[in-house]
Design a binder for this molecule. Structure first.
Ligand code: CP3
Length: 356
């Protein structure tokens, strides 16, 4: 099969013959074959075996027919290299024994050594670069989202300790953002050198902030990450996570190609709030997948109709897949997106030709 570059073309707002689709968390527990591997190995053990990590990355590409692969890893992986011991606890998430709470804790963080500590990640990318016939997306967690785990010590709903440091000691907060920003820049640059074809910066929890606080405490670091990586030719995606609709108008200065939308903001409205510079990606509520297939398709159709109204649209979910999702429904959804969008795009081209 020839290389499928529709995802890259859509990131660049170029013409496509059908809408490209991938799913956040497309490698995961909804797949029985993945659950089998997880009986033997933890997430971190899989990541440390490049052949196995590459195989897990490939599974959803083969099974679902998606237009991009996403590296099997976790946003926490690089923090091991800056001096943080963590574990990924099943059904909980990242857990840290010695959370960061003070200026001294921040001062202790080391610069990342990607080649020295994370060569397994680069090896996985190199294997996938050889094996894939769709683009490989790599990713990093954004500074706020990583900081929320480092400071809370475990997943949180309120981000009380994170916000307490942010509001209570802005100087230390900015030092932490600077160090995590440096980590992300070096890590993603190494991914792209190893063969990554695009990257996504996951800021899953930054929607917990009001727009003014996002602007003051987080946005400068997001701008710096995309500025410092702007020499790279690969498309760059910023996903401001769940409940991020109010943040969209603040993102105009970010040198990303694509912004990921959650399901609370319709695609057209998201584009309006972003101001027209970006391609957009999203945004089916993942839990719509619990509904009968005709309901799922009608939601997907609505999203596609808005998405293809302008160049630069990638179908995705508004957040990651969940363990109870159905492999069969995902497969059917993927082929529906391809088929329906191909017809709709061909139809609007015929329409244009008639009026020309
Ligand atoms: O998308 C993919 O298929 C690639 C793999 C991927 C994982 N984590 C593997 C994983 C990606 C892109 C991530 C990113 C990630 N990790 C994010 C950002 C995306 C998002 O969902 O907002 C966040 C916040 C994390 C931190 C994290 N890791 C959480 C909250 C959890 C869930 C805990 C649980 O058990 O429900 C994890 C564990 C994790 N990372 C799993 C997977 C497949 C599930 C547990 C497992 O299979 O071991």
């Amino acid at each position: 099969m020839s290389y499928n570059d529709r995802f890259i073309r859509a990131c660049r707002k170029e013409q496509v013959d059908r809408v490209p689709v991938w799913y956040m968390r497309q490698a995961g527990r909804y797949d029985p074959e993945y659950r089998k591997i997880k009986e033997k190995y933890s997430l971190l053990e899989i990541c440390r075996q490049p052949e196995l990590a590459a195989e897990v990355t490939l599974m959803p590409v083969k099974k679902l027919g998606v237009d991009a692969a996403i590296l099997y890893s976790d946003i926490m992986n690089p923090v091991a290299s800056i001096g943080i011991d963590f574990d990924i606890v099943p059904n909980v998430g990242p857990v840290i024994d010695n959370p960061i709470r003070t200026a001294a804790d921040v001062a202790k963080l080391r610069p990342i050594d990607v080649e020295g500590d994370l060569s397994h990640v680069l090896d996985t990318i190199r294997i996938l670069d050889r094996e894939l016939d769709v683009p490989l997306i790599t990713f990093a967690g954004a500074p706020f989202t990583i900081a929320s785990y480092l400071i809370e010590g475990r997943p949180s709903k309120s981000y009380i300790r994170t916000k307490s440091l942010m509001y209570g000691d802005p100087a230390v907060w900015h030092q932490l953002m600077d160090k995590l920003g440096d980590m992300v820049i070096a890590y993603l640059r190494a991914h792209m050198a190893a063969g990554g074809k695009a990257f996504q910066l996951f800021d899953s929890w930054v929607g917990a902030l009001a727009p003014d606080d996002f602007r003051r405490f987080v946005l400068p670091t997001i701008e710096r990450i995309f500025d410092e990586l702007s020499d790279l030719p690969q498309p760059k995606i910023y996903f401001p996570g769940v409940a991020s609709g109010e943040l969209l108008p603040t993102l105009g200065s970010v040198k990303a190609d694509v912004i990921g939308l959650d399901w609370r903001v319709p695609i057209t409205e998201g584009r309006r709030r972003l101001g027209g510079g970006f391609a957009v990606q999203g945004n089916l509520d993942p839990y719509v997948l619990t509904a009968p297939m005709d309901v799922v398709k009608s939601y997907a159709k609505g999203i596609i109709d808005e998405g293809i109204a302008q160049p630069g649209f990638i179908f995705n979910l508004g957040h990651g897949l969940f363990p109870e999702a159905s492999l069969d429904k995902l497969r059917e959804l993927t082929s529906y997106i391809h088929k329906y969008s191909a017809e709709a795009i061909a139809g609007s081209k015929r329409e244009e030709a008639r009026h020309a």
